[in-house]
Design a protein around this ligand. Structure first.
Ligand code: AMP
Length: 447
């Protein structure tokens, strides 16, 4: 009965998610102090050239300061992180202790990025934050956790490992805030086993803050599951109907599928993209690695980001790209969500994602904060339907990107030879073999 009531509410919310309650939020031009942020924090923001709160901040900071649970929906780059970090830091400064807040996020790079914002914004009060993610030294993390940092920013798998490895290692009993960033992914079945271990350790009277760029039924269901209106979370969804920004130019290049790499190399060497800061997205780690080795063979400087790399390699790679030491980053979808690198001028989709949401996340890495940007998708015959689905979702037609086919033909032999060499190198170093063996073991364990 209760379940059918919840379901019917979810269905009603789906019709028009904003219908339920018209929220009044402070108008544009309101200052940080006007929405309850203290002077010292507002000064920190000024030093970062952040002068006015964005919509998601104007909407969410007051209810968070007032002690409410909040669900915030906004596109990436809208100032989502500060929308939860600022009120948490302010409350923490009133009564500093650890562990005061736990932030869960699906990817390791996002965890480091969020920690960086806590570090910068909380400098004035001497905040201690700790990043707990896979791929980094477990012992060093355990020692950090023992010191009770104010804020833990974690990926769920590693935090669960710490909880399991020693009882009491992670003391969340007095935690005031649970934040789930990229909540749509955090609440997907992928993370259920980890959340089942972590969430029971948190006090029931904590505040829960969910932030997402994609509103899903499971998030709306959480709102509607609470019967007591006083306890119902405050929900604010910024306009997400136009899912890509107007300053983004979107193109496609139609290619025969066997020569995608040749087109890619040509694009990177073209006058248009040469010297630009570019992220290339691939569907698989093996494609990303092959492309990285191949482009290096061709003398094109680039660096990779995928889950077959160690976490230190991933951080080094991202660091070089962020500092513009290397201007081409080849990434799987581990880099598609939330990463905030203002200088990215172009996103190249080497593989077209099946889910239009992934496309929106990927291209959201460029044209940030009002700047211009370009997205180019390399499209073969089999991808046409996927492109149509994306266009339907973004409500925008991609334009044809003109390339000189004769020049591409001239580069064919050189690129094919480099690709062959790259394949051999990957084979020699048995790329992906460890993961393959791990998977085999896991499957055998299930039988
Ligand atoms: P996020 O949506 O959290 O990925 O934030 C994207 C970027 O916007 C970060 O580099 C923040 O420093 C910046 N930012 C956050 N709040 C504001 C604001 N109110 N005005 C301008 N930039 C902001």
């Amino acid at each position: 009965m209760a379940e059918s009531r919840t379901l019917s509410r979810v269905a009603a919310a789906k019709k028009n998610p904003l219908e339920k309650k018209k929220q009044v939020i402070a108008p544009e031009g309101t200052s940080f102090v006007d929405i309850g942020v203290e002077e010292w924090l507002s000064d920190t923001l000024k030093n970062m050239s952040i002068k006015e709160p964005s919509e998601i901040q104007r909407a969410c900071i007051p209810p968070i300061l007032a002690g409410k649970d909040v669900i915030g929906g906004a596109k990436t780059g809208s100032g989502k992180t500060a929308a939860f970090a600022l009120p948490i830091i302010q409350k923490l400064s009133e009564d500093p202790y650890g562990v005061f807040a736990l932030v869960l996020t699906p990817t390791r790079e996002l965890a480091f990025q969020i920690a960086e914002q806590f570090r910068v914004l909380g400098k004035g009060m001497g905040i201690k934050e700790s990043v707990v993610v896979g791929g980094m030294d477990m012992m060093a993390q355990a020692l950090e956790l023992q010191k009770r940092p104010h804020v833990i920013i974690a990926t769920p798998g590693r935090l669960r490992d710490h909880i399991r490895s020693s009882s009491g290692a992670v003391d969340l009993r007095r935690c005031k805030f649970l934040v789930m960033d990229e909540a749509d992914r955090m609440l997907s079945p992928t993370f259920v086993p980890e959340l089942e271990v972590i969430l029971p350790l948190l006090p029931k009277d904590r505040q829960t803050l969910l932030f997402t760029a994609t509103m899903t039924e499971s998030i709306l269901a959480l709102r509607d599951a609470e019967d007591d209106p006083k306890k119902q979370p405050f929900v604010h969804m910024c306009d997400m109907s136009t899912s890509t920004v107007n300053t983004l130019d979107q193109f496609y290049v139609f290619v025969p599928s066997q020569v995608r790499m040749v087109y890619l190399a040509h694009l990177l060497r073209s006058e248009d993209l040469q010297d630009k800061s570019v992220i290339i997205f691939c569907g698989r780690c093996s494609t990303a690695e092959l492309m990285t080795v191949m482009l290096k063979e061709l003398g094109i400087r680039c660096t990779a980001l995928h889950s077959e790399m160690t976490q230190q390699q991933r951080l080094d790679s991202l660091g070089k790209f962020r500092a513009e030491v290397i201007k081409i980053l080849i990434s799987t979808d581990v880099g598609s969500r939330g990463l905030d690198i203002p200088s990215v001028e172009c996103v190249l989709n080497y593989d077209i994602p099946r889910d239009p949401t992934d496309y929106i996340h990927r291209v959201g890495r460029t044209a940030r904060a009002g700047r211009g940007g370009k997205a180019i998708s390399i499209v073969a015959e089999k991808d046409i339907q996927l492109i149509q689905n994306i266009e339907e979702r973004t409500n925008k037609k991609m334009e044809k990107y003109e390339v000189n086919e004769n020049e591409i033909l001239e580069e064919l032999n050189e690129v094919t030879a480099a690709k062959r060499l790259a394949s051999m190198q990957l084979h020699d170093k048995q790329f992906g073999e460890k993961t393959h063996q791990r998977k085999k073991k896991r499957m055998a364990g299930k039988e």
